[in-house]
Design a binder for this molecule. Structure first.
Ligand SMILES: [Zn+2]
Length: 267
Protein backbone atom coordinates (compact mmCIF):
# COMPACT_ATOMS: atom_id res chain seq x y z
CA UNK A 1 0.00 0.00 0.00
CA UNK A 2 1.31 3.36 -0.85
CA UNK A 3 1.02 6.20 1.54
CA UNK A 4 -0.88 9.11 0.06
CA UNK A 5 -0.17 12.52 1.41
CA UNK A 6 -2.89 14.78 0.14
CA UNK A 7 -2.56 18.52 0.13
CA UNK A 8 -5.44 20.71 -0.89
CA UNK A 9 -4.93 24.00 -2.64
CA UNK A 10 -7.70 26.50 -3.12
CA UNK A 11 -6.30 27.30 -6.52
CA UNK A 12 -9.47 27.83 -8.43
CA UNK A 13 -11.79 29.34 -5.94
CA UNK A 14 -14.34 30.41 -8.48
CA UNK A 15 -14.43 27.05 -10.23
CA UNK A 16 -14.26 24.75 -7.23
CA UNK A 17 -17.05 24.71 -4.70
CA UNK A 18 -16.88 22.55 -1.59
CA UNK A 19 -18.70 19.69 -3.28
CA UNK A 20 -17.26 19.94 -6.76
CA UNK A 21 -15.01 17.19 -8.03
CA UNK A 22 -11.37 18.14 -8.11
CA UNK A 23 -8.39 17.48 -10.31
CA UNK A 24 -5.75 15.23 -8.78
CA UNK A 25 -2.07 15.27 -9.63
CA UNK A 26 0.13 12.40 -8.46
CA UNK A 27 3.92 12.32 -8.85
CA UNK A 28 5.74 9.01 -9.31
CA UNK A 29 9.21 10.56 -9.22
CA UNK A 30 11.34 11.72 -12.19
CA UNK A 31 8.99 13.30 -14.79
CA UNK A 32 6.12 10.84 -14.35
CA UNK A 33 2.73 12.16 -13.26
CA UNK A 34 -0.85 10.96 -13.16
CA UNK A 35 -3.59 13.50 -13.70
CA UNK A 36 -7.16 12.58 -12.80
CA UNK A 37 -9.81 14.97 -14.12
CA UNK A 38 -12.94 16.04 -12.22
CA UNK A 39 -14.95 13.45 -14.22
CA UNK A 40 -12.48 10.66 -13.37
CA UNK A 41 -10.52 10.43 -16.63
CA UNK A 42 -6.87 9.46 -16.17
CA UNK A 43 -3.89 10.92 -18.04
CA UNK A 44 -0.29 9.84 -17.55
CA UNK A 45 2.63 12.05 -18.48
CA UNK A 46 6.05 10.51 -19.23
CA UNK A 47 5.08 7.38 -17.30
CA UNK A 48 8.32 5.88 -16.06
CA UNK A 49 6.41 4.55 -13.08
CA UNK A 50 9.16 2.08 -12.13
CA UNK A 51 11.92 4.70 -11.94
CA UNK A 52 14.58 4.27 -9.23
CA UNK A 53 13.17 7.10 -7.11
CA UNK A 54 9.81 5.35 -6.72
CA UNK A 55 9.91 2.68 -4.01
CA UNK A 56 6.43 1.48 -4.96
CA UNK A 57 6.93 1.41 -8.71
CA UNK A 58 5.74 -2.15 -9.33
CA UNK A 59 2.66 -1.75 -7.15
CA UNK A 60 1.88 1.62 -8.72
CA UNK A 61 2.18 0.10 -12.18
CA UNK A 62 -0.13 -2.78 -11.27
CA UNK A 63 -2.66 -0.31 -9.83
CA UNK A 64 -3.02 1.52 -13.16
CA UNK A 65 -6.13 -0.27 -14.38
CA UNK A 66 -7.72 2.78 -15.97
CA UNK A 67 -5.69 5.09 -18.17
CA UNK A 68 -7.31 7.12 -20.94
CA UNK A 69 -4.34 8.99 -22.37
CA UNK A 70 -0.56 8.69 -22.20
CA UNK A 71 1.37 11.87 -22.99
CA UNK A 72 5.02 11.40 -23.96
CA UNK A 73 7.25 14.45 -24.32
CA UNK A 74 10.12 12.81 -26.22
CA UNK A 75 11.61 9.45 -27.06
CA UNK A 76 14.17 8.86 -24.31
CA UNK A 77 13.70 5.76 -22.14
CA UNK A 78 13.22 7.75 -18.95
CA UNK A 79 10.11 9.36 -20.48
CA UNK A 80 8.65 6.54 -22.58
CA UNK A 81 9.10 4.47 -19.42
CA UNK A 82 6.34 1.91 -18.92
CA UNK A 83 4.06 3.45 -21.56
CA UNK A 84 3.89 0.47 -23.91
CA UNK A 85 2.98 -2.01 -21.17
CA UNK A 86 0.35 0.36 -19.77
CA UNK A 87 -1.08 1.03 -23.24
CA UNK A 88 -1.48 -2.69 -23.87
CA UNK A 89 -3.32 -3.37 -20.62
CA UNK A 90 -5.50 -0.24 -20.53
CA UNK A 91 -6.05 0.73 -24.18
CA UNK A 92 -4.72 4.23 -23.46
CA UNK A 93 -4.30 6.47 -26.48
CA UNK A 94 -0.97 8.12 -27.17
CA UNK A 95 -0.62 11.90 -27.09
CA UNK A 96 2.64 12.89 -28.75
CA UNK A 97 4.00 14.55 -31.83
CA UNK A 98 3.21 12.72 -35.04
CA UNK A 99 6.85 11.76 -35.53
CA UNK A 100 7.27 10.35 -32.04
CA UNK A 101 4.01 8.44 -32.39
CA UNK A 102 5.18 6.90 -35.62
CA UNK A 103 8.50 5.94 -34.03
CA UNK A 104 6.90 4.47 -30.91
CA UNK A 105 4.45 2.34 -32.91
CA UNK A 106 7.11 1.25 -35.40
CA UNK A 107 10.04 0.50 -33.11
CA UNK A 108 8.85 0.34 -29.51
CA UNK A 109 5.62 -1.69 -29.71
CA UNK A 110 3.04 0.98 -28.85
CA UNK A 111 -0.27 -0.32 -30.28
CA UNK A 112 -0.89 1.41 -33.64
CA UNK A 113 -4.65 1.59 -33.17
CA UNK A 114 -4.11 3.73 -30.06
CA UNK A 115 -1.99 6.36 -31.81
CA UNK A 116 -4.30 8.05 -34.29
CA UNK A 117 -4.67 11.56 -35.65
CA UNK A 118 -7.18 12.42 -32.93
CA UNK A 119 -4.46 12.48 -30.26
CA UNK A 120 -1.33 13.22 -32.30
CA UNK A 121 -0.24 16.78 -32.94
CA UNK A 122 2.74 19.06 -33.14
CA UNK A 123 4.10 22.29 -31.71
CA UNK A 124 1.84 25.31 -32.03
CA UNK A 125 -1.25 23.13 -32.16
CA UNK A 126 -3.87 22.44 -29.52
CA UNK A 127 -6.04 19.35 -29.41
CA UNK A 128 -9.32 18.76 -27.61
CA UNK A 129 -9.58 15.33 -25.99
CA UNK A 130 -11.76 13.34 -23.58
CA UNK A 131 -15.03 14.79 -24.91
CA UNK A 132 -13.72 18.31 -24.52
CA UNK A 133 -12.82 18.02 -20.84
CA UNK A 134 -9.12 18.51 -21.59
CA UNK A 135 -7.24 20.57 -24.13
CA UNK A 136 -3.56 19.95 -24.76
CA UNK A 137 -1.13 22.35 -26.41
CA UNK A 138 2.17 21.10 -27.81
CA UNK A 139 5.04 23.27 -26.52
CA UNK A 140 8.60 23.22 -27.90
CA UNK A 141 11.57 22.09 -25.82
CA UNK A 142 15.29 22.40 -26.38
CA UNK A 143 16.53 18.83 -26.05
CA UNK A 144 16.79 15.71 -28.25
CA UNK A 145 14.43 12.81 -28.89
CA UNK A 146 15.87 9.55 -30.23
CA UNK A 147 14.10 6.36 -29.21
CA UNK A 148 15.47 2.90 -28.55
CA UNK A 149 13.82 -0.04 -30.22
CA UNK A 150 12.27 -2.98 -28.37
CA UNK A 151 15.55 -4.87 -28.11
CA UNK A 152 17.09 -1.86 -26.36
CA UNK A 153 19.94 -1.58 -28.84
CA UNK A 154 19.28 0.63 -31.84
CA UNK A 155 18.38 4.30 -31.76
CA UNK A 156 15.80 5.75 -34.13
CA UNK A 157 14.71 9.29 -34.97
CA UNK A 158 11.86 10.33 -32.65
CA UNK A 159 11.01 13.77 -34.02
CA UNK A 160 11.52 16.92 -31.98
CA UNK A 161 11.20 16.95 -28.19
CA UNK A 162 8.48 18.94 -26.48
CA UNK A 163 6.47 19.78 -23.42
CA UNK A 164 2.72 19.95 -22.83
CA UNK A 165 0.25 22.54 -21.65
CA UNK A 166 -2.70 20.63 -20.24
CA UNK A 167 -5.89 22.61 -19.71
CA UNK A 168 -8.47 20.86 -17.57
CA UNK A 169 -12.07 22.08 -17.72
CA UNK A 170 -13.04 23.29 -14.24
CA UNK A 171 -9.48 22.54 -13.18
CA UNK A 172 -5.96 23.84 -13.44
CA UNK A 173 -3.81 24.57 -16.48
CA UNK A 174 -0.60 22.60 -16.07
CA UNK A 175 2.65 23.10 -18.00
CA UNK A 176 4.92 20.03 -18.06
CA UNK A 177 8.20 21.27 -19.49
CA UNK A 178 9.46 17.87 -20.65
CA UNK A 179 13.25 17.88 -20.74
CA UNK A 180 14.49 21.26 -21.85
CA UNK A 181 16.85 24.13 -21.41
CA UNK A 182 15.49 27.53 -20.54
CA UNK A 183 14.31 29.35 -23.66
CA UNK A 184 13.02 32.87 -23.93
CA UNK A 185 9.89 31.89 -25.88
CA UNK A 186 8.48 30.19 -22.79
CA UNK A 187 7.07 33.63 -22.05
CA UNK A 188 4.80 33.33 -25.11
CA UNK A 189 2.81 30.58 -23.39
CA UNK A 190 1.41 33.26 -21.11
CA UNK A 191 0.17 35.29 -24.06
CA UNK A 192 -2.49 32.64 -24.62
CA UNK A 193 -3.01 30.88 -21.28
CA UNK A 194 -2.52 31.55 -17.58
CA UNK A 195 -0.47 28.70 -16.16
CA UNK A 196 -1.58 27.51 -12.72
CA UNK A 197 0.98 24.76 -12.18
CA UNK A 198 4.40 24.40 -13.80
CA UNK A 199 6.22 21.07 -13.61
CA UNK A 200 9.81 22.12 -14.18
CA UNK A 201 12.89 19.96 -14.74
CA UNK A 202 15.70 21.08 -12.42
CA UNK A 203 18.18 18.18 -12.34
CA UNK A 204 20.92 19.73 -14.52
CA UNK A 205 23.32 17.63 -16.64
CA UNK A 206 20.72 16.67 -19.31
CA UNK A 207 18.29 19.58 -18.74
CA UNK A 208 18.24 22.99 -17.14
CA UNK A 209 19.40 23.07 -13.55
CA UNK A 210 18.04 25.12 -10.63
CA UNK A 211 19.28 28.54 -11.79
CA UNK A 212 17.96 28.25 -15.33
CA UNK A 213 14.74 26.60 -14.11
CA UNK A 214 14.17 29.56 -11.78
CA UNK A 215 14.42 31.96 -14.69
CA UNK A 216 12.08 29.72 -16.71
CA UNK A 217 9.59 29.92 -13.86
CA UNK A 218 9.86 33.70 -13.92
CA UNK A 219 8.99 33.73 -17.65
CA UNK A 220 5.97 31.44 -17.21
CA UNK A 221 4.79 32.97 -13.90
CA UNK A 222 2.72 30.02 -12.67
CA UNK A 223 0.92 30.14 -9.34
CA UNK A 224 2.72 26.98 -8.26
CA UNK A 225 5.97 25.44 -9.48
CA UNK A 226 6.83 21.80 -8.79
CA UNK A 227 10.38 20.55 -9.49
CA UNK A 228 10.93 17.25 -11.32
CA UNK A 229 13.65 15.29 -13.14
CA UNK A 230 16.16 15.47 -10.28
CA UNK A 231 17.68 12.95 -7.89
CA UNK A 232 16.60 9.91 -9.91
CA UNK A 233 20.26 9.15 -10.59
CA UNK A 234 23.25 10.75 -8.82
CA UNK A 235 24.16 12.81 -11.88
CA UNK A 236 20.81 14.64 -11.82
CA UNK A 237 22.15 16.68 -8.94
CA UNK A 238 20.09 19.88 -9.04
CA UNK A 239 18.15 20.05 -5.78
CA UNK A 240 14.89 21.64 -4.60
CA UNK A 241 16.92 23.62 -2.03
CA UNK A 242 19.05 25.15 -4.79
CA UNK A 243 15.91 25.78 -6.82
CA UNK A 244 14.27 27.53 -3.85
CA UNK A 245 17.33 29.76 -3.42
CA UNK A 246 17.41 30.60 -7.14
CA UNK A 247 13.69 31.46 -7.16
CA UNK A 248 14.26 33.83 -4.22
CA UNK A 249 17.33 35.39 -5.86
CA UNK A 250 15.33 36.10 -9.03
CA UNK A 251 12.35 37.45 -7.11
CA UNK A 252 9.99 34.81 -8.51
CA UNK A 253 6.57 34.99 -6.87
CA UNK A 254 5.39 31.47 -7.75
CA UNK A 255 4.83 29.15 -4.78
CA UNK A 256 7.35 26.30 -4.69
CA UNK A 257 5.80 22.94 -3.85
CA UNK A 258 8.20 20.00 -3.52
CA UNK A 259 6.38 16.71 -3.98
CA UNK A 260 7.48 13.26 -2.83
CA UNK A 261 7.03 10.15 -4.98
CA UNK A 262 3.47 8.83 -4.58
CA UNK A 263 2.23 12.14 -3.23
CA UNK A 264 -1.02 13.52 -4.62
CA UNK A 265 -2.15 17.14 -4.81
CA UNK A 266 -5.75 18.22 -5.33
CA UNK A 267 -6.81 21.33 -7.16
ZN1 LIG B 1 14.92 12.88 -19.16
Amino acid sequence: MKALLVLVFSLLVTATSANAAQTELEWYGHSAFKLTTPSGKVLLIDPWITNPANKHGKADLAALTRVDLILISHGHFDHVGDAVAIAKTTGAKLVSTFDLGKALTTYAGYPKAQAGFDTQGNVGGEISVLDGEVKIAFIPAIHSSAIMDENGKDLHQGGNPGGFLIMVKNGPTIYHTGDTDLFNDMRLITQFHKVDVMLACIGDHFTMGPDRAALATKLVAPRIVIPMHYGTFPILNGTPAEFKAALAKDGVKSKLVVMQPDETLKF
